[in-house]
Design a protein around this ligand. Sequence first.
Ligand code: ZN
Length: 133
Amino acid sequence: MLKQFAVKTGSRCQMIDITGQVRSVLRESGYQSGICQVYVPHTTAGITINENADPDVPRDILATLEKLVPLRGNYRHSEGNSDAHVKASLMGSSQTVFFENGTLILGTWQSLFFCEFDGPRTRSVYVQVTPVS
Ligand code: ZN
């Protein structure tokens, strides 16, 4: 079962918790155990799993990425958004989460984050739920 939903981002770089949307897709599927894949079809956005209990964690991740890969640098890509491409590759474009008893197997502090690096824009997220018996 493949589902798509939109994410509206509000700034150039932003991490948005999409765990709730992914849980909704899983609930809708009715599957009890299997594999849930979350995929972002963009070259300047990514997806990662990390802590959202403390909002300083995503803030620190974004601040550190900005330090490692600044907006302005010795880039050649003429579009002027090379930092966004590099940050997207660092985060990756998909995540896999197992589920059991209809529940995503995420650690207490783990959330799925959509990572925007060239916003604000309206983005797409795909969720594929595959039952495994
Ligand atoms: Zn570009």
